[in-house]
Design a binder for this molecule. Sequence first.
Ligand code: COA
Ligand code: AMP
Length: 636
Amino acid sequence: MMNYNDFYSESIRNPEGFWKKQAQALAWDTFPTEILKSAPNGGSHWFADGKLNMSYLCIDRHIEAGHGDQVAIYYDSPVTNVKATITYLELREEVSKLAGGLKKLGLEKGDTAIIYMPMIPQAVYAMLACARLGVIHSVVFGGFAPHELAIRIDDCEPKVIITASNGIEIEKIIPYKPFVDEAISLAKHKPERVVIFDRKLGVDIPQRNYDVDYETLVKDSEPVDPVQVAATHPLYILYTSGTTGTPKGIVRDTGGYATALKASMKYVYGVEEGDVYWAASDVGWVVGHSYIVYAPLLNRNSTVLFEGKPIKTPDASTFWRVISEYQVKVMFTAPTAIRAIKKEDPEGLLLKKYDLSCLKYQFLAGERCDVATLEWTKQKLNVPVIDHWWQTESGWPMLANMVGVELQPVKPGSAGFPVHGYDIQIMGEDGNPCGVNEEGYVLVKLPLPPGCLLDVWQNTQRFTAGYLEKFPGYYFSGDGGYKDEDGYVFITGRVDDIINVAGHRLSTAEMEEIVASHPAIAECAVFGIHCDLKGQRPLGLAVLKSGMDISAENLEKEVVQNVRHEIGAVASFKQLLVVNRLPKTRSGKILRKLLRNIADKSEYPIPSTIDDVTIIDEIKQVYSSKNIGKPKKQAI
Ligand code: COA
Ligand code: AMP
């Protein structure tokens, strides 16, 4: 076992030497001579003159090394009662033929394609087929509504959209194809083709001129070989919530990302080639991109593709069944999934039905992990439970207890230590470093290590303004936190308008825009409050225009429906309260943080800038009439 301090210090002291060595674990077409250089947008380019192909590294390379018969994907779908094993050889067949089909449709290196699909193997094939051609994919999470999909279509201007007839949420059918048709009609940019995988579940597929049947396309196509791309060629664009109403397209490179992911499997997750690895997320999120698809396949693991929920598919034992059935060595999920299981099966009795001796580590991320959830998981699984912190922008962990380097004692509430390559600093508003246990902004000293965002798609100004200019010389993560006396870092939450609902990153600013557009509403505020199950949930407060004749109940119904229609079910926006006025500063700024703190019954100072303190009692009364406010520190 290595020593964490030595390993980490080397990555900070000599980044070029450290990462050059890590890059050697990949099979490059041309190994880079330029390891690190500054990029024109103020960021960094890693391995700029290197050439490679991600699909080759994830598939062909393993076959050439004699591992074609190893399982690449275990597909497990309790919602359709289907299970499948896909070997690396089968994966190459599917991916290279789909790539051939996409090529026939005119897709070539540098084009963009949107993938809007449920958790089925064809979603993974589509990602890898794009990567094989050098086509930049943008996967959109299925829980987003047509309007959100339309925003992404207009921003990344795909030539082709790849979708499926439908998804299944427990028992509910999600009509993907009609959503795509609606999104295209809303968008200004019109993709040339829509490729549809028919799941043959008896769902009607509306026909359009641009439709192409996935199976016919693949059947009639010749397989294609991987196309060589530069290390800095974008592999994908992944949209994530920002602090304005418009999501931003995080651009990921190829060579830096592949290097970082490959190294992370060994050092962060303690996973060796050939092991079974499971990230219970969705390909629509960064966790899905990095740890369902690219990292495990780069590392020649067998990855589990699970189309279900932690509960109700069919019950709270489903995770334990999957771990034991596929002999999962390392698993990754969000704390909210564990809270859902714990609520259904507090004693963990269902766990006892399965032999889980294969499991070595349980990783958690996506949102803050409360101590009760961490302790429950540790006690029930009897393995180290590792909270770790990262974001869409980083693409891979920034803080962790690096089990493949040196497992350190777990401190509940902390996301661990800086991961190799990340020089994490905590700073105050004034740009001065915070002391031990002093809360501040969590920053990363530049340069960022390989794998982190290259840019914001078509919006470099947003990249520099959002991440680089707030603290010159540092990457601004948007999270607050502190370091304790032993160097453990604690993340305390976002410092902006982003909330995490069931591990899903959402923008309250975007919801607020939709709420404000209701004709009866004069002004409003949307912010995240504590939720025992989902970590946070959005709450809206609205002041009516005078003379409006609408009941609070009807207004809530309409606004909830509007948010669901514009953003999608995933927003989980379920509550709007009518108030007489909102607390503001004397200059007229709504005090959203105060509203949130009152709801959460957190300690809050009364801002000296508030225009009228009597409003605090009014708000408390409205909250208590709706039973809002968690009992402090009480877990489920
Ligand atoms: N496609 C379409 N709709 C989706 C969807 C998808 N892929 N994912 C979620 N939705 C819908 C849900 O059906 C639900 O709709 P409803 O309001 O009609 O019931 C809504 O979006 C909210 O979903 P969710 O926040 O997931 O809540 P839930 O009550 O359905 O489930 C949990 C709660 C905790 C079981 C679930 O959130 C979960 O499994 N969380 C794990 C989180 C996770 O893996 N995060 C990934 C980041 S690491
Ligand atoms: P996303 O980009 O969707 O992965 O969301 C990233 C955000 O989720 C981070 O900026 C954090 O606010 C939050 N987050 C992720 N992991 C953790 C964690 N382990 N602890 C606390 N917050 C987390």
